[in-house]
Design a protein around this ligand. Structure first.
Ligand SMILES: C[S@@+](CC[C@H](N)C(=O)[O-])C[C@H]1O[C@@H](n2cnc3c(N)ncnc32)[C@H](O)[C@@H]1O
Length: 282
């Protein structure tokens, strides 16, 4: 994935590479044809949840050799290529990961384990999603690589084994302050979308605060967020700057949508959030 340009505020942008032409998809899977919006050029009707479910099922299968059972009715329909791009700019082979909020698909955990041979501790709070996630892990025979853990609505403390330290803590987090549209096509329950806090920032900030002690040195905490969530990002950047934390931001561009990936680094000199510095966050 080559860097192509910078966006209007100077963030380096990377195009999502591992594309899957729709022409190829319908050639391999003619059952997608009824879900086309236009035939020439072939374009999937992304306003149809049914179409998204089927298309992304085939993308996961054909590009990543993963069989993923998606929750059909309410959960977010994940795009595998975007999740792959997120990981590609972050992790390295054979690393260890905590993923917070793996969802019903467990897609980030599955791609990390399958394509990067990562060891993943994947948390989730929704009992139905946990069942799906476990089935997906088993269906892909990745039980030795992925542990699905019920967080019971907590973050890491009391969820992750106390002495565990990993290379990466990551999430595709909920980040809305409220659900704006009743017609959220790609789905999502409240806890899947809403991060609490005045700008939906609380999930991400809790992940950073609690995550720090579960992170190796060097290590990295990362999350992905649409470029349009400016208010959420402003609050988070303010927090990161107040704590004097080291981070960078890159953009991932898919079609005309940009998502930002925040990467927060724990380096050799580590003072944030340590036992000796517990007053830093009030
Ligand atoms: C935006 S979804 C991301 C799902 C999936 N990782 C993906 O990329 O499609 C966020 C997920 O976080 C879960 N979640 C919210 N709060 C949580 C918590 N405290 N602990 C674990 N999971 C949580 C939600 O149930 C939801 O599945």
């Amino acid at each position: 994935m080559g860097q192509e340009k910078f966006d209007d505020i100077g963030i380096p942008l990377f195009y999502v590479e591992r594309r899957y032409p729709t022409s190829r998809a319908i050639e391999l899977h003619p059952d997608l044809i009824p879900f086309l919006k236009t035939r020439d050029p072939p374009r999937i009707n992304k306003e149809s949840r049914e179409a998204l479910l089927l298309y992304n099922y085939y993308v996961a299968q054909d590009l990543f050799n993963l069989t993923i059972e998606f929750e059909r009715d309410v959960a977010i329909v994940p795009t595998p290529v975007m999740r792959y791009a997120f990981l590609q700019h972050l992790i390295h082979p054979n690393c260890s990961i905590i993923e917070i909020g793996t969802g019903a698909s467990a897609i980030i955990a599955l791609i990390a384990a399958k394509c990067f041979n990562a060891q993943v501790y994947a948390t989730e709070m929704d009992p139905t999603y946990i069942e799906y996630a476990k089935r997906n892990v088993n269906a892909n025979k990745l039980e030795n690589k992925i542990h699905v853990i019920n967080s019971h609505g907590k973050f890491l403390d009391g969820v992750i084994p106390e002495n565990l330290k990993v290379d990466f803590i990551l999430s595709n987090p909920p980040y809305y302050d409220k659900i704006l549209s009743p017609k959220v096509l790609w789905g999502g329950k409240k806890h899947e979308l809403v991060g609490e806090g005045s700008q939906g920032e609380n999930f991400i900030i809790s992940m950073i605060e609690e995550g720090w002690k579960y992170l190796k040195t060097p290590g990295c905490i990362a999350f992905i967020i649409p470029k349009t969530r400016v208010a959420t990002m402003n609050v988070i950047e303010e927090f990161l700057n107040e704590q004097d934390m080291e981070y960078d931001i890159i953009g991932i561009l898919a079609g005309n949508r940009t998502r930002y990936v925040f990467r927060i680094y724990k380096k050799y000199f580590d003072s944030y959030f340590s036992e000796f510095d517990s007053n830093k966050i009030s």
